[in-house]
Design a protein around this ligand. Structure first.
Ligand SMILES: NC(=O)c1ccc[n+]([C@@H]2O[C@H](COP(=O)([O-])OP(=O)(O)OC[C@H]3O[C@@H](n4cnc5c(N)ncnc54)[C@H](O)[C@@H]3O)[C@@H](O)[C@H]2O)c1
Length: 240
């Protein structure tokens, strides 16, 4: 399968390398010229244990290239940033996702799949991204398959987690979910959890919120431990 991975940061680069490792013909795309030229020289620009070695191995099979723009592909995987808009307006800035999708729209052909791996608010895929594709005259679910597949890897162990984690596959329609399932089953050894795009988005919000709340809780207990002269890390170990 021909795959364009758009956005080559902590998520996109290991994703591109993994797709290539499992036999796909991959084009890695980034708007940052330094990122693209560094990768074209055979070096990686992010820190992740084992990634440079894995990169070296897949480069030798000739199925991983880099460019500033995507080309026609069977699947487009979008892994660009989705930060807060600004310090006051903490809603999600979707401009990177929209711009990445903009670059894909003129290349689309019937049967192509677009996967959004970026973390996005619930209903974004269905309410914001699907209409952009349908404005081009395609029917999502019949002509083009649109899937949200939230990324759940933890930096430091990305290469293993990308293959072994369970993965949520949320299509806008059942046909979209099935396409996503086909694509990810080519390399994921964890379970593929099939759902719709909005449930996938809400589940990612739940995962991130759960982690945030638990980090805050741990911080509060450490502060309490400091006040009371107790080593909270010992207490955590016992509690765990
Ligand atoms: N890093 C993580 O641990 C992690 C985990 C789960 C989910 N996510 C989500 O994955 C998404 C990507 O995160 P990341 O950490 O890989 O970001 P990152 O900042 O490391 O990399 C993003 C890359 O996208 C490029 N980019 C921006 N706009 C582009 C465009 N229009 N076309 C092509 N490339 C473009 C940037 O130049 C950059 O190299 C975010 O939505 C993030 O929330 C990240």
């Amino acid at each position: 399968m021909k795959v364009s991975v758009i956005g080559l940061g902590y998520i996109g680069l290991p994703t591109a390398i993994t797709f290539s490792k499992f036999g796909h013909d991959v084009l890695g795309v980034d708007v940052n010229e330094t990122v693209v030229s560094t990768l074209q020289e055979g070096l990686i620009h992010i820190e992740e244990p084992g990634l440079q070695d894995e990169f070296q191995k897949v480069l030798s099979n000739g199925k991983l290239r880099f460019d500033l723009k995507p080309t026609k592909s069977d699947a487009f995987i979008i892994a660009v940033p989705t930060p807060f808009k600004n310090v006051d307006d903490k809603s999600c800035d979707l401009s990177y996702v929209e711009s990445a999708l903009d670059g894909v729209l003129p290349l689309l052909e019937k049967g192509n799949t677009i996967v959004i791996e970026s973390t996005i608010p619930p209903r974004t895929t269905e309410d914001i991204l699907k209409p952009l594709i349908e404005n081009e005259g395609f029917i999502v679910g019949e002509d083009i398959y649109l899937v949200h597949c939230p990324e759940r890897v933890l930096p430091g162990n990305i290469l293993k987690e990308m293959i072994n984690n369970n993965r949520i596959i949320g299509g806008v329609t059942e046909e979209c979910t099935q396409k996503g399932n086909e694509i990810y089953s080519s390399f994921v050894k964890g379970e593929l959890l099939l759902t719709d795009s909005k449930t996938a988005e809400l589940s990612k919000l739940m995962e991130n919120t759960f982690r945030d709340v638990n980090i805050a809780l741990a911080n509060e207990i450490v502060k309490l431990g400091n006040e009371l002269g107790i080593n909270a890390l010992d207490a955590f170990e016992l509690a765990n």
